[in-house]
Design a protein around this ligand. Structure first.
Ligand SMILES: [Cu+2]
Length: 453
């Protein structure tokens, strides 16, 4: 396996490049007994990248030489956000993610008083010294929800279908769970951890979601939505206020979170909130009218066209009159200058695909139909913050603006990946290398160190 962490800017050696995988330790006898003589313990890009330069490593650093180990370094200096990590091994990511190799990585600010990069949490009576009346719901009132759907065999074991689509909703690894809640505001950090399925969350009656953040941290200001659509890999940071249920009784206190996009009746039910706990103390949490967020990216240095086919990514000329699909191992075509800002025009020919760029996050500028490229459909309310995964729509041009440096101005050269986050597509090499070079570096050199081995 190899870990990819969404939403962090790290060196190429810590990116989770799909062929940098390694096997568990050979001393693990249950693994060793399954392996043929002379098996490869590492993928072809494992330990091929120098952590200091991002270039091809001449020698494998000692830290990598431990059997069954790989070394990752995450600077964690960016804005507070809901990060997400999962296995990223070429060709078997579907099986590994479906079997549960996914997790949250919640990044806060630089201490409770850092209102530049984060907003304080009000954890009510949770007893923490960081309790700040007037902050966002925190402590026991801030809960991550990793949503997947799965199929089970009669004996309870997992059944892995070719697309990882199931009829049982699983939240944080538990099928159709419920959560007892107080009649007050809660903060939920949601990730669609599915292999394939989009999730369209709705709540009953007049309950709505107040979305305060997405992949790359807070939105500039909260938005209220009655339906929340998240694609595989996307995150949403939400406030739900259950205070209207303070006088409920019996089953009237049960609130079912529904996936309105699921075809299967069972899979429509995600989980239940049961407003059965007494209010421990007055809810002093507040959703601020404006949230800490990054400044807009500067004017672009260039505009680049790329293309999506049914199962491949590709290159494109201006207007995408000519487009060519490529496999993962085809020589790198997306060669970008570190520090540059680019607009990517993503021409999608078939179906919709959530497109994820490693290493960077970006702003969504909008979408246009092929026939009317100058008529811009604005981003949805939940796309007003920074993102690392964007829904590209079939028959449309999706435009994003991306800067190839992190929010602290750090620039890292080397090989990274961009791909469709529908995992069977990703496993099928709907994934391409992306090479960040220092400005002016020769293209031939970039191809040398950025083409997957
Ligand atoms: Cu796709």
């Amino acid at each position: 396996m190899i870990v990819h962490l969404h939403g962090i800017s790290a060196g190429s050696e810590s990116d989770g490049i799909p062929e940098a995988w390694n096997l568990p330790s050979s001393s693990n006898r249950s693994i060793a007994s399954l392996l043929a003589t002379g098996y490869k313990a590492h993928g072809s890009d494992y330990c091929q990248i120098d952590a200091n330069t991002g270039l091809r490593a001449a020698n494998c650093p000692n830290a990598y030489k431990n059997d069954g180990a790989a070394l990752f370094s995450y600077p964690n200096t960016q804005f507070a956000s809901t990060l997400f990590f999962h296995d990223h091994t070429l060709g078997v990511t579907l099986q590994n993610v479906y079997m549960g190799l996914v997790g949250f990585y919640v990044l806060g600010g630089d201490g409770p008083n850092d209102t530049t990069h984060d907003w304080p949490s009000d954890c009510g009576t949770c007893g923490s010294s960081s309790s700040v009346p007037g902050g966002l719901p925190g402590g026991d009132y801030e809960i991550p929800l990793a949503i997947q759907d799965k199929l089970f065999n009669a004996d309870g074991s997992l059944l892995v279908g070719p697309e990882g689509i199931g009829n049982v909703k699983v939240v944080n690894g538990k099928s159709w769970p419920y959560l007892n809640v107080e009649p007050r505001k809660y903060r939920f950090r949601v990730v669609d951890a599915n292999a394939t399925s989009y999730i369209k969350l709705i709540l009953p009656g007049t309950l709505k979601f107040t979305q305060i953040g997405a992949d790359g941290g807070f939105l500039p200001k909260p938005v209220t939505v009655s339906k929340l659509v998240v694609a595989p890999g996307e995150r949403a940071d939400l406030i739900v206020d259950f205070s209207g249920y303070k006088s409920c009784s019996g089953t009237g206190c049960n609130i079912t979170l529904v996936d309105d996009g699921a075809d299967d009746t069972n899979a429509r039910q995600v989980m239940q909130f049961r407003v059965k706990l007494p209010l421990q103390a007055a809810d002093t949490s507040v959703v601020p009218t404006s949230l800490p967020h990054r400044a807009d990216l500067p004017t672009e240095n260039r505009t680049r066209q790329v293309s999506l086919f049914d199962d491949k990514l590709g290159t494109c000329d201006t207007g995408c009159v000519t487009a060519s699909p490529h496999n993962w191992a085809f020589p790198v075509t997306e060669i970008v200058n570190a520090g540059d800002t680019e607009i990517w025009e993503i021409y999608d020919f078939v179906d919709s695909h959530p497109i994820h760029l490693h290493e960077v996050d970006f702003q969504v500028l909008g979408r246009s139909k092929f026939a009317t490229p100058n008529v811009v459909i604005p981003p949805s309310p939940g796309e007003t913050g920074f993102k690392d995964t964007v829904m590209a729509t079939g028959g449309q041009i999706t435009r994003i603006k991306v800067r190839f440096q992190d929010s602290d101005g750090n620039q890292r050269q080397g090989l990274f990946a961009w791909h469709c986050h529908i995992i069977p597509h990703e496993d099928d090499e709907m994934m391409r290398p992306m090479c960040v070079v220092t400005s002016g570096q020769a293209t031939a050199n970039a191809e040398n160190f950025c083409t997957p081995q």
